[in-house]
Design a binder for this molecule. Structure first.
Ligand code: GDP
Ligand code: MG
Length: 287
């Protein structure tokens, strides 16, 4: 219902465009609303991939298709919240079986172009990072670095461990050191996150980093999948503004259609800012 209301409000803001142009823009808006993000999760077995996804995302999970237990086909899970979907791709561990690394490299090269973001989990007490480093250089390479978000998982296992319900100052200092180390090793595009699912620590910041690291088309539908506590104002504001910008880009696309009459172009330019702000306003109706 609110969905329809949102669409109608957007349609109204396009009244002054010729029908073909407003139809084009509405079609784009439909696609943006229904975009299904694909997020890859990397990390050695036991890094905490499943636990982290369960902590962050609310969606009901359904395994996708006839999953064969071969490395060429990673496990895919489809999450659903209302009418929004997102796919998680559980990518096999790096450097866990040397002889299969070539096979993994091929799998990653095949998957990377289709992923909106890769969460690369490194367990807080994992010190064997040489393989990760090698893999990052060789397989991810320059082309896909912007898609990788490093996450230090299970931060409560940072020395000196106490098993308590809060991180000690010493632990926090050591986590900061680990973050610095990862920055030196990987030169990541996005800042490294640190989380503990057991202590529910760092997850909010991680959600903010995710929404900032995703391509504009993917941020809003990802936010729709987040558990309530992580849908903070900052997270929503970034997604809302991404949505506005993508709708603006749809108008620009129509503007760039060859041989479009000059007066139509003028009208599109004149309404652009209004449509973008309407899109931001109705964001809550959609996501
Ligand atoms: N102490 C602690 N244990 C965790 C945390 N996250 C996950 N684990 C545990 O680590 C183990 C492996 O987690 P899992 O999510 O299955 O890892 P996956 O193999 O990467 O999917 C499980 O026993 C989890 O309960 C955490 O933040 N802190
Ligand atoms: Mg798992």
């Amino acid at each position: 219902m609110r969905n329809q209301e949102g669409l109608q409000t957007l349609r109204d803001s396009l009244t002054y465009l010729p029908l073909w142009a407003s139809e084009r823009v509405m079609q784009q808006i439909h696609q943006l609303k229904n975009y299904e993000p694909v997020i890859g999760i990397m990390g050695k077995t036991g890094a905490g991939k499943s636990s982290l996804c369960n902590a962050l995302f609310a969606g009901k999970v359904s395994p996708v298709s006839d999953v064969a237990a071969c490395t060429r086909e990673p496990l895919r899970f489809r999450l659903q919240v209302g009418e929004h979907y997102m796919t998680l791709v559980d990518l096999p561990g790096v450097g866990e079986s040397g002889d299969r690394d070539t096979e993994y490299a091929a799998l990653y090269r095949e998957q990377l172009p289709r992923l909106d973001l890769v969460l690369w989990l490194i367990k807080a007490d994992d010190r064997a990072l040489a393989v990760d480093e090698h893999f990052y250089r060789q397989v991810i390479g320059e082309a896909y670095r912007h898609k990788v978000l490093f996450v230090i998982s299970q931060s409560d296992k940072t020395e000196p461990t106490s098993g308590g319900e809060r991180l000690s100052t010493e632990q926090k200092q050591n986590i900061s050191r680990k973050i610095c180390l990862l920055h030196v090793l990987f030169h990541p595009v996005h800042p490294v996150c640190a989380v503990s699912v057991r202590l529910q620590w760092g997850l909010r910041v991680m959600a903010e980093r995710m929404v900032r690291s995703l391509p504009r088309v993917a941020s809003s539908p990802m936010v729709a999948q987040l558990q309530r506590p992580f849908r903070t104002e900052q997270v929503k504001e970034k997604a809302r503004s991404d949505f506005g910008e993508t709708v603006g880009a749809a108008l620009d696309m129509v503007c760039n259609v060859p041989l479009i009459p000059a007066p139509v172009r003028t009208v599109i330019r004149a309404v652009r800012d209004t449509v973008v702000s309407v899109a931001r306003t109705v964001w809550d109706f959609f996501f």
